[in-house]
Each structure stands twice: as structure tokens, then as C-alpha cells.
Design a protein around this ligand. Structure first.
Ligand code: F6P
Length: 343
């Protein structure tokens, strides 16, 4: 019986379990044996696996996170990592591997394919929605719905206390969460990594609102946003195995600056991992399910080196390396729409 393995790597997000379930259900329907690799590339290096069958995936559709676990392990940064992957892939008798991840996990997948080590099909995931060649990644819709609800809640307290509330959302290089949650939540200003923050302009928009009688404002800022003259605000300088720093703190700095310059009382709320947790929305469950089914079809048709993607309303497939070439940053036409509501 042909064997397919599936792994989930990088930051978790809602919608991973629907993909796993769909791969298992469709795989079994097509006569494959499916196994799960635990904790991303780390599990393939360590031969850490779990059986996947109708029982193990029963009931996981509404569950956030990933039943396989995940890690940010980069086998190209580990001594002997690639040899271990080659050996375990052969030892497990795999015919194909479905790698579910963002730019880092899929970047490793693209290298492994180039090095002739594994047959891989990719599935794009990230709450940041910054992978190219797919209109959406699953996890994003859930994240923006959570952030929107938080912004709604912050509105009521900001209004009662006549305060400015700065809401820091995730988004390392791209401000998709900030823009879409900000539009949906009626933010008064949205700041994103793609555009440097002009603090004077932010303060003058807030003053303008106050001048027309609004005594509160909601400012949404993506964690990767930077001041005109500055660099990204980080929690620590240490780089992970993919060269990323841990971001966080721009909201606090921004809030202090706004209060100092405008004299209006300002608070900050950092949404953090709340945006990545919990049950996926219907959109993410459906997208994950469609991606999982399509991934097995690609394996069946031996279309290795391809990634499933959403184009309009259709699920298509594209070369994995195309998706990781450049990050998909915020569409400025969408940002212009958000700007109509600033101030
Ligand atoms: O890549 C998704 C993401 O949620 C980013 O928005 C964020 O910067 C990062 O992961 C946080 O990573 P970690 O969970 O490792 O702290």
C-alpha cells in the first residue's frame, strides 16, 4: 500500500486540523496509508511519528492548533539534519510527504525537493496571510475575526473612559491582519509594516477626531510596523533557526508617544497569541478541507513540488518555490479604503 506522511511546521493556526482530517479521509478513500510526522521537520529528523486513521482524526475538525504538534526547527541548520531526513523518509517507506506550513516550512520543502530528497506537496498556512500565489491562507480569517471582536470590545471601554486605545496585532512583515481586522472593527488609524509610521500624522488624525467631538480613538498597529527613522521593535535580539526575531512592543511605544504629544490618556492592548488560538471559522474549516483533498489529488497525480492555492473561488496548484519567492504584502488599494475612515 502506498504511504503518505503529513507534517505541520512553523507557528500553529486554526485550520490545520481540518487539513489533517481531509488528507486522511481523502487518502484512505484513495487507498493510501497515512502517517503523521510530529512537530514539523523535527519529527522527520527524529522519526517521531503517529498513526493517522479514521479514529485519530475523528472530532478534530473544530479544534484549533494541530494534533501533530509543530516546531520552528530548520533541518538545514542542524548537524546531519538532512541526512536524517533522507534516511527516515526511506526507512518509513514514504511515497510522498505533505508539508503544511508558511514561508519557512515551505522554504525547507523547496530545498529538499531541489536536493532530490523527498517527494513533497505543499499546503500554505499562516495567520499573517503573507504567502504569494494564494488569495488566502487558512488561519487568517479566524485571526481577523478574533481581532475584530477584540477591537469591538475595546471600543466600548475606550468610549466610556474617553481614551485612546492602541491595539497591537500580529503581522511580522505584512499588515494584513491589521488592515482587515481594522476595517472590520472600525479602527480610526491602522499602521502596518509596509508603511513607516509618521507619528505627527497619527497625532493630528487623533486631534482631528477630538475636534469633531469624538473623545476616544482606536489605533490598530501591526507588530512589525516601524517608525520613520526606526527599526522593528523586538522582545529579544535572539534569532530563531529561520533568522526571525521575536517581535512585540511597538504598541507600548506608540501609546506613550501619542499620550505625550496629544495629552490624551492612552492605553495599549496586545492581542498576541489569542489571535492564533481556538476554533477555526467556517471559512478556514472549508479552505483547510479543500486544500487537504487537493493535496492528496496532487500526490495521486504525482504532481510533486507543487503547492495547493486559492485563486478566486477555485483551488489550483502552483510551484512551491513561486509561493516563497516574495512575501505578499498588503494591497494598497485595500489600505486606501481603510484610510477613508481614518481620523
Ligand atoms: O508567523 C505567524 C506569527 O504568528 C507571526 O505573526 C508572529 O510574529 C509569530 O508567528 C510569533 O511566533 P511565536 O509563536 O513563535 O512567538
Amino acid at each position: 500500500m502506498s504511504k503518505i506522511a503529513i507534517l505541520t511546521g512553523g507557528g500553529d493556526c486554526p485550520g490545520l486540523n481540518p487539513v489533517i482530517r481531509a488528507v486522511v479521509r481523502k487518502g484512505i478513500n484513495e487507498g493510501y496509508q497515512i502517517i503523521g510526522i510530529k512537530n514539523g521537520w523535527k519529527g522527520l529528523m527524529e522519526n517521531d511519528i503517529m498513526p493517522l486513521n479514521l479514529d485519530t482524526v475523528s472530532g478534530i475538525l473544530p479544534k484549533g492548533g494541530t494534533i501533530l504538534g509543530t516546531s520552528r526547527t530548520n533541518p538545514y541548520k542542524k548537524e546531519g539534519g538532512i541526512e536524517k531526513i533522507r534516511d527516515n523518509y526511506a526507512k518509513l517507506g514514504l511515497d510522498a510527504l505533505i508539508a503544511v506550513g508558511g514561508e519557512d516550512t515551505l522554504g525547507v520543502a523547496a530545498k529538499l525537493i531541489k536536493d532530490g530528497i523527498t517527494n513533497i506537496v505543499g499546503v500554505p498556512k499562516t495567520i499573517d496571510n503573507d504567502l504569494s500565489c494564494t488569495d488566502y491562507t487558512f488561519g487568517f480569517d479566524t485571526a481577523i475575526n478574533i481581532a475584530m471582536e477584540c477591537i469591538d470590545r475595546l471600543h466600548t471601554t475606550a468610549e466610556s473612559h474617553h481614551r485612546i486605545i492602541v491595539v497591537e496585532v500580529m503581522g511580522r512583515h505584512a499588515g494584513w491582519i491589521a488592515v482587515e481586522a481594522g476595517i472590520a472593527g472600525g479602527a480610526d488609524i491602522i499602521l502596518i509594516p509596509e508603511l513607516p509610521i509618521d507619528i505627527e500624522q497619527v497625532c493630528s488624525l487623533i486631534r482631528k477626531r477630538h475636534a469633531r467631538g469624538k473623545t476616544f480613538s482606536i489605533v490598530v498597529v501591526a507588530e512589525g510596523a516601524q517608525f520613520k527613522e526606526g527599526t522593528m521593535v523586538t522582545k529579544e535580539q535572539k534569532l530563531d533557526e529561520f533568522g526571525h526575531v521575536r517581535l512585540g512592543g511597538i504598541g507600548e511605544i506608540l501609546a506613550q508617544e501619542i499620550e505625550k504629544r496629544t495629552g490624551f490618556e492612552t492605553r495599549v492592548s496586545v492581542l498576541g497569541h489569542i489571535q492564533r488560538g481556538g476554533s477555526p471559522t467556517a471559512f478556514d474549516r472549508i479552505l483547510g478541507t479543500r486544500f487537504g483533498v487537493k493535496a492528496v489529488e496532487l500526490v495521486k497525480n504525482k504532481k510533486f513540488g507543487r503547492m495547493v492555492a486559492l485563486s478566486g473561488t477555485k483551488i489550483i496548484d502552483i510551484p512551491i518555490e513561486k509561493a516563497i519567492e516574495v512575501l505578499k504584502t498588503v494591497d494598497m488599494e485595500l489600505y486606501d479604503i481603510a484610510k477613508e475612515f481614518f481620523g
